[in-house]
Each structure stands twice: as structure tokens, then as C-alpha cells.
Design a protein around this ligand. Structure first.
Ligand SMILES: Cc1ncc(COP(=O)(O)O)c(C=O)c1O
Length: 440
């Protein structure tokens, strides 16, 4: 029988992994995942690991959910793929209707149109191009974007341009779009004034350069890849107001926060604010298949409609081969159906509360700097001992049957939204023991 060691040797010979330093990969033997059931990943040797990060923040209902499996299988028997350029299909239409019905409501325009993309980055890329083209088609071209320090919006060049994560983004600086970075309202280093400081910087930028800014882009309420920097809703209300008065669009990147992760369907709901463009991905298909979307306000969509006297086509010349793939849409529809039937967003809110309580002793650990949480999005920041302390804690948890992944010194905990009580206890116990073991 082929075991983990054989597979990892073959992996070493043939595969280049994302976000991976392959010089160390040889020491950090990867888990060779063969199967998954609910919250469990099972490797080729039969070992089980609790998926403590929802397979990079995607799994909502747990793996291989029977309803999603059935929906994808049923769709597979009908239509595998047909292009969304020039044709349409029923799962794509139904999903767009469902997303519009579920879209956040509040201060801001209703989101009434859905533009599909593939991964989170490609949704962000589309939103940035829409914002720029919108400015050109409604007044004058505004080439700049306002972004937050420590932001992460993906790895394509537009998405990297609006990022603020130096480790991931610094290398590509000479290649990037023009952006204006402002302080993050979640940056602990700025102390309790961080929110006021971010708002003041945004006000100042919009006053001086607002007519050159086509969009302000933020991860609403919590900057995930920064290490779970949660922040005050007042920042989003200020951003809504400032975007509106300066004629810039407000983009909420809900790729990580959408679909219940924060204990509400959208992070935007915590602030009662609606953006002009909302990007989503990850959990949309329950973590099955790559699909993302940009939800757009009607006024944005209308700016792309041809009208008499136009000198240009106004068309959004953008799309991908697999845009709106029917299998992905079927998975997403099934996910959203189950989420509604089982009140998964309510479950996520309760799971988050429970995790918050169970993590209190870890938060009080003398070598843990902070535990940050919004709903089920959690970061446990530990004191660095080496350059890889976060990684070491995750390795120690893995030995206890819990699979976690760090962001620097912050151990991320982001389990499937339907995680049961026993598994939740196991996750927290393994993390507590791992922290004790590494941070003696
Ligand atoms: C807020 C946010 N936007 C965009 C992305 C990029 O998504 P993807 O990795 O699917 O391209 C991520 C990924 O973590 C994210 O957290």
C-alpha cells in the first residue's frame, strides 16, 4: 500500500505548492489528505485530523455533505459546463437571485446584480476594474484606490496592489497600481485610538485626493490574513459616508467574512452598512468548488449600459472561461439551502460564543499576547520564540489530531460553522496543550 512517505516523496519531485518555502517543506512533512467526513480530514495512512481552519476558510457545513454531494452529482448528469459569455443556465440564474435576496441591507444601495468570477482574487480583480471603469463612465477616470494597511485581498496583481501585507506584497511593488494606504482601524500597535486615527486619515485622503479615488476597498469588520485584526463598525460607517460624498465606490471584500463566518451572513451586517460592490467567494460553494462573485449596486450596473451619443462601448470587457460554472453554482445553491434550513448562521454565532468562552484560559496564558475573534474567525497571537513559533504550535496541535495553520505568530482557528460540541472541545484542548508545549 502506498503510504504518506511514498506520496510526500512523489510530491517533492513533482509539485510546487502555494505560499510554501520548498527548502523547508522537506522537514515539514505535509499531511497527505485522502478523504474527508464532516469536520475531519483523513490522510492516506488513515489518521484523522479535525479541520480547524475549514480548509483555508472555505468549508461551511463540513466536508462531503450529503445534500451538496447530491446537488453536484445531479447537476453533473445534466450540464457540466457551458460558457456564460453569450449563453446562460438555470443554476447561474437561480444563484444570482438567491445572492441578491441574501445581500446585506442598510445604509447604502441595494445590491441587485451578480457578476461571477472564480477565486476570491479574481472577484477582487473584477471589482477594481468595475470601480475604475465606473469612474470613467460617470465623470472622469479616477486611477487611485484607497486601501488599509495590513489588508489582504488576494494574489493577482490588482488584488496585491490594494493589499498591505509587507511579507506577501513588498516584492511586487514595482508592478502595482496606484494606491493610497491608510492606517488600519484594527492595528493594535496604534493603541485604543486606532479607529479614530484610521477615520481621520481616510477623511484627510478623501479631502485632498478624493476626486482621484475610484474606490475605497476594505475587509469589513476584520482583516483576516493580517492575523484576525477585528475593528470597530464606526470605521465602516465613516467609509460609507466619505465614499458617498466624494463620488468613490465603497468595496467590501467579504471573501473571508461572507456566508456566516462572523456569526452573521455578512460582516457588513455588524455595521448596518451596504457597499456599492461586495466581493465574496470561499464559503459560497460550502468549500467544494472555486466560485466567487461581485454583487453590484444598480447604479454601478447602469453606468455600463450603452446609451445614445456614447463614444465608447461601456461594456465590461472582463470574464473567465469558467465564469459561472454550473457545477459550482449547484454546489452554492445547495450550500445556501442547507444553511437556511439548519440556521447555520445562527449555529455559527453560537459556536463563536462558545469558542470565545473556551479560549478564555488560553487568552490568559502568560505567553499568549491576544485572542482576537469575530464570530468563528479567531486569531490566537503568541509570543514569538523563533521565526516559526506559530507554526510550531500548529505542528503540536497536529500531533494531537487538530489541523491548524498560522499566519506568522498568530494561530488561526476557523472551524466549519456546524462544528459539534465534542469536536469544539477537542479543538480547544489540543490548542491549549500545544500552546503549553511550545510556549513553556
Ligand atoms: C479577504 C480576502 N480576499 C480575497 C482573498 C483571495 O481569495 P482566493 O485565495 O480565493 O483568491 C482572500 C483569501 O484569503 C481573502 O481573505
Amino acid at each position: 500500500m502506498t503510504n504518506s512517505a511514498d506520496w510526500t516523496a512523489r510530491d517533492d519531485a513533482a509539485v510546487w505548492h502555494p505560499f510554501t518555502q520548498h527548502a523547508n517543506w522537506v522537514d515539514d512533512r505535509p499531511t497527505v489528505v485522502e478523504r474527508a467526513e464532516g469536520p475531519w480530514l483523513i490522510d492516506v495512512d488513515g489518521r484523522r485530523y479535525l479541520d480547524g481552519v475549514s480548509s483555508l476558510w472555505t468549508t461551511t457545513l463540513g466536508h462531503c455533505h450529503p445534500d451538496v454531494n447530491a446537488a453536484v452529482t445531479e447537476q453533473l448528469a445534466k450540464l457540466d459546463h457551458s460558457t456564460f459569455l453569450g449563453t446562460t443556465h438555470t443554476p447561474g440564474i437561480e444563484l444570482a437571485e438567491r445572492l441578491i435576496a441574501l445581500a446585506p441591507r442598510g445604509d447604502g444601495p441595494d445590491l441587485t446584480k451578480v457578476f461571477y468570477a472564480g477565486d476570491g482574487s479574481s472577484a477582487v480583480e473584477a471589482a477594481l476594474k468595475i470601480a475604475y471603469q465606473y469612474s470613467a463612465q460617470t465623470g472622469h477616470p479616477r486611477p487611485k484606490f484607497v486601501r488599509l494597511e495590513y489588508a489582504y485581498h488576494g494574489d493577482t496583481l490588482g488584488a496585491v496592489s490594494v493589499g498591505g501585507h509587507s511579507l506577501f506584497h513588498e516584492t511586487y511593488k514595482p508592478l502595482l497600481l496606484e494606491t493610497i494606504g491608510i492606517a488600519s482601524p484594527g492595528d493594535r500597535a496604534l493603541g485604543p485610538e486606532r479607529n479614530a486615527r484610521a477615520i481621520a486619515e481616510l477623511q484627510s485622503v478623501m479631502r485632498s485626493e478624493g476626486d482621484q479615488v475610484c474606490a475605497i476597498i476594505v475587509e469589513p469588520m476584520i482583516q483576516g490574513a493580517a492575523g484576525m485584526f477585528d475593528y470597530d463598525a464606526a470605521f465602516l460607517r465613516a467609509a460609507r459616508e466619505l465614499a458617498h460624498t466624494s463620488g468613490a465606490l465603497l468595496i467590501f471584500d467579504e471573501v473571508a467574512t461572507g456566508f456566516g463566518r462572523t456569526g452573521k451572513m455578512w460582516a457588513a451586517e455588524h455595521a448596518g452598512v451596504v457597499p456599492d460592490l461586495l466581493t465574496c467567494g470561499k464559503g459560497i460553494t460550502a468549500g467544494y468548488l472555486p466560485l466567487s462573485a461581485v454583487l453590484a449596486a444598480e447604479h454601478v450596473y447602469e453606468a455600463f449600459l450603452a446609451r445614445p451619443g456614447d463614444t465608447g462601448p461601456r461594456t465590461f470587457f472582463h470574464g473567465h472561461t469558467y465564469t459561472g460554472n454550473p457545477l459550482c453554482c449547484a454546489a452554492a445553491l445547495a450550500n445556501l439551502r442547507v444553511m437556511e434550513e439548519l440556521d447555520v448562521v445562527g449555529q455559527a454565532a453560537r459556536l463563536g460564543e462558545r469558542l470565545g468562552k473556551l479560549l478564555e484560559p488560553i487568552a490568559a496564558h502568560e505567553h499568549v499576547k491576544e485572542v482576537r475573534r469575530l464570530g468563528t474567525m479567531i486569531g490566537v497571537e503568541v509570543e514569538p520564540r523563533t521565526a516559526r513559533t506559530g507554526f510550531d504550535v500548529c505542528q503540536a496541535a497536529r500531533e494531537r489530531g487538530v489541523w491548524l495553520r498560522p499566519l506568522g505568530d498568530t494561530v488561526i482557528v476557523m472551524p466549519p460553522l456546524t462544528l459539534g460540541e465534542t469536536e469544539t472541545d477537542l479543538l480547544v484542548d489540543a490548542l491549549a496543550e500545544a500552546v503549553d508545549e511550545v510556549l513553556v
